[in-house]
Write a protein that binds this ligand. Sequence first.
Ligand code: FCB
Length: 448
Amino acid sequence: MSDSFFPDSFLWGAATAAYQIEGSPLADGAGPSIWQRFSHTPGRMTNGDTGDVACDHYNLYKQDVALMSTIGLNAYRFSISWSRILPEGRGRVNQQGLDFYRRLTDELLHAGITPMATLYHWDLPAALDDRGGWLNRDVAEWFAEYAGVCYRALDDRVKLWATLNEPWVVTDGGYLHGALAPGHRNLFETPIASHNLLRAHGHAVEAYRALGRNEIGIVVNLEPKVSASESEEDLAATRRADAYMNRQYLDPVFFGRYPEEMAEMFGEAWPEFPADDFAVISAPIDFTGINYYKRGVTKYDPSVIVERATRVQPTGIYTETGWEVYPEALCDLLLWFRARYGAQMPIYITENGAAFYDPPTALGDVVDDPLRVHYLREHLGAVGRAREKGVDVRGYFAWSLLDNLEWSLGFTKRFGIIHVDYATQKRTLKKSALFYRDVIRNGGVSSP
Ligand code: FCB
């Protein structure tokens, strides 16, 4: 593969999220989020870990931007904490919260790094959860109000805005299975939360057209579903799993309707949604952010709620989170996306990366992480192949810049290309960061 498949304008980035790295969640007038509450609820988090300190990025952001420069990143995807900006979720604006993101984006621009800001990476203000959170239809207006505050304060600095990060995980983890905040387990709530997330997205896009001058999109996590066999049962299960995870959010955004499998999967828990909602949900966007980690080999399993499908673990390489390493599927996924949603839609790979074991304390100047180097090389190769086939992928963001709080798994899973020693906050580049630096310098990955 030739390097030329990555143009000079390609964004070479890394991604993070507020609650996973910032620490100081209640500093300078911020209000609590649902993750603040969830992580402080006994039994919810591995080892009782919380985001109280995390990577202390709230204080160490300058050092972290300097590390981005060392790697040669020309883009950085971060998320804004809603309850830093609006401590009660709506109404009163906390200027000190905005000031943190102004300082951060100033620092980025000064270093020649393009900021991409995600408005919602899972940390709903707790005060809004008290009013029903994503189950309350009013949340769409609350979100648009918050988004408007961010656009007014930061659109002169932020070039790319993402409304939601991974709405599927918000609802499947937060409302159906309870592993993520707010920790509900309720089949009937799940489609309502999904629908309100989509409405919130649409309202925030509409608000952007009035207030913003740059670009806005949505970030979804996609997992190509492959049937474990040719049996009719497995093929049908694969279609359901694909609808549930991959098409549930994109079809409404692009086509103004849900996949037909949804009503059958949810049965009596699937509500009648007002037809007018879909015009809002399908407001035109400027790009789609795709998070890719793995594929899903799927077989029929009637004991599984909603999908009636389960994952098969084929022989292969697995990460520390038990995710299969399968880079070819990223290229296939990009081709599928283009075929289904159109060649005109620019794409960013907004997350891609892997947790592998790294020691808690770095021994020496660099942490050797050959499995992560391999993961990045192979996935960047897949992005290059998709570009070669003409897919309009405009950037790639490694997950993650730093080792960080992997939600309810706490600090046990390290995804960073930069190692963090949580006892001292010392940062150490991993070999994967040096590998990525070379990729960026060379303008792409070469064939092995
Ligand atoms: C994604 C999340 C991100 C991180 C990675 C590993 O689902 O968006 O915050 O947890 O997985």
